[in-house]
Design a protein around this ligand. Structure first.
Ligand code: CDV
Length: 316
């Protein structure tokens, strides 16, 4: 008897700089209802799903605070929690978090079908730069606005399986998947905002979609897990971002993918026991891994000679 779970990636199109939270939440509720009608019990929303992707602008942190949540759920997000509990659909939601003691994180919550919060995740790998770089046609100041998450990649018992979370840039790093894989993850939720133009090396622009598929499919296969990845895509405040939201099976096969760069729901009925076919054969970690030979992976990157050159100081 297999365990089955209906999942959805609820892709968002652009969110305007002045679009009120309440209007965005109405869009999220519409997507949630459609996902429910199409059989989903878990809906994955994008990274920073309540606001425009504000790291594209150089602003004082106090100005950007308008885009941060100080509570979850708060007054604007409560309708989403209520509708989800009514429909008995859970969700993963990315948002900017400002803690009581003044820390700012790029975060996500996982909410169960009864509306209870299972866990919160804070993005581990923060890409981009710390200060304004005027040569860029738009900024990517995530390192100005967000601290790196202090916790690792957890895995939680929820939705009848083992669920993990990651946000955008985390999906490019094999360590993200493997840390969850070592905890027996069966389904990874991921939200992303990926500008197609990559200013430090524009030769990568044409490969944005390929790189997205490459990492999602490899991460799923190498760890025998489902991956549900939702984009905020389309041209937002003049910046074009990758759509291509995807649901990937433990085999590495893409079972559903968005067709537009706008609000769009994709669904899949996931056989959770498909994971064990990979976890107990080719990727039987206990039997085949050689962790005693992998020390370099967890050695500090401050060790001389360990890391390659950084392009941080390279002038365009
Ligand atoms: N939001 C992100 O983390 N975006 C990065 C961009 C900067 C490359 C990403 O990995 O998609």
């Amino acid at each position: 008897m297999s365990r089955w779970l209906g999942v959805a990636a609820a892709q968002l199109g652009p969110i305007g700089r002045n679009e009120p939270r309440e209007a965005v939440v109405k869009r999220l509720v519409r997507l949630l209802r459609e996902a429910h009608e199409r059989g989903a019990e878990l809906v994955v929303f994008p990274e920073l799903a309540l606001t425009t992707f504000f790291p594209r602008w150089a602003l004082a942190r106090s100005v950007a605070d308008q885009w941060f949540e100080t509570e979850m759920p708060g007054p604007a997000t409560k309708p989403l929690f209520e509708e989800a509990a009514l429909l008995r659909v859970g969700f993963f939601l990315g948002y900017a978090e400002l803690t009581e003691d003044g820390h700012r994180y790029n975060s996500a919550v996982l909410v169960e079908r009864d509306g209870s919060i299972v866990a919160r995740f804070r993005k581990v790998h923060i890409p981009g730069h710390e200060t304004e770089e005027p040569w860029r046609s738009f900024q990517h100041l995530e390192r100005h606005y967000f601290e790196p998450g202090p916790d690792s990649f957890g895995v939680w018992e929820a939705f009848g399986c083992r669920v993990g979370m990651m946000l955008c840039n985390d999906r490019r790093w094999p360590e993200s998947y493997r840390v969850m894989g070592l905890q027996g993850v069966e389904l990874i939720c991921c939200g992303y905002n990926t500008p197609i133009h990559y200013a430090p090396d524009p030769s990568q622009d044409v490969l944005a979609g390929f790189h997205n598929q490459l990492v999602l499919q490899a991460g799923a296969y190498q760890n025998g897990t489902w991956v549900v990845a939702a984009a905020k895509g389309g041209i937002e405040e003049g910046v074009d971002s990758l759509a291509q939201s995807s649901i990937v099976a433990p085999s590495g096969q893409v079972v559903a993918q968005s067709l537009s760069a706008d609000d769009e729901v994709i669904v899949a009925r996931c056989d959770l026991d498909w994971c064990s076919r990979y976890k107990s054969t080719l990727f039987d970690f206990a039997r085949y891994r050689r962790p005693e030979l992998y020390g370099l992976i967890t050695a500090s990157s401050d060790d001389p000679g360990r890391s390659g050159p950084s392009r941080r100081d390279v002038t365009p």
